[in-house]
Design a protein around this ligand. Structure first.
Ligand SMILES: [Zn+2]
Length: 181
């Protein structure tokens, strides 16, 4: 998943204010006094055999979750085992998410020196609560900062961030095309 590692802090026990500060912190963090390496980019996830189904599905416009057959709970970011009851990988499987979410918190980013984010500011880093339960680090697109509101309904969208690499983002329900289901 993302190299910034925000997924490690996605627990529902985190207070909103703390999470919001953490959000702004994560996306503006720079190396210890060093400028980014020329040509390097910091927006591409590192895929491996385990997460490949997730990224393949994203490229097809589908958001996947992991759900545990032992306790029934879904989680995100994807883990091989269940983070709630520790059931093993034989009890946890991929499933398609509905794509519905509500906005939990956000931070509008005006400066980020890590390429290629500097070309994208301002953008809205966000944490959303998926309809299935998990809390997810993402971005909100197609929404003016003044229109962002806690609890606003969102729907997943997909952005090709590089050739062959698509990442899930979210947009206000009203801004998207009508759902087909
Ligand atoms: Zn479980």
């Amino acid at each position: 998943m993302g190299r910034a590692g925000p997924e490690r802090h996605d627990g529902p026990d985190l207070a909103r204010d703390a999470l919001r500060r953490r959000l702004a912190d994560l996306v503006t963090r720079r190396g210890p006094g060093a400028l980014p390496v020329t040509g390097a980019r910091y927006d591409l996830p590192e895929t491996d055999d385990f997460t490949r189904p997730y990224w393949d599905a994203a490229a097809e416009g589908r958001l996947l979750l992991r759900r545990c057959a032992e306790c029934g709970r879904a989680h995100h970011y994807p883990r091989e085992f269940c983070p709630f009851c520790w059931a093993g990988e034989d009890r946890v499987a991929w499933e398609a998410a509905s794509g519905r979410a509500v906005l939990y918190t956000w931070s509008v980013i005006h400066r980020n020196d890590l390429p290629p984010f500097g070309d994208r500011v301002p953008y809205t880093a966000a944490v959303v609560d998926l309809a299935e339960g998990p809390r997810m680090m993402t971005q909100v697109v197609d929404c003016a900062a003044a229109d962002l509101a806690i609890g606003m309904p969102l729907t997943v969208a997909f952005r090709e961030t590089a050739p062959g690499m698509t990442v899930p983002v979210f947009r206000p329900v009203a801004a998207g095309p009508p759902r087909e289901d």
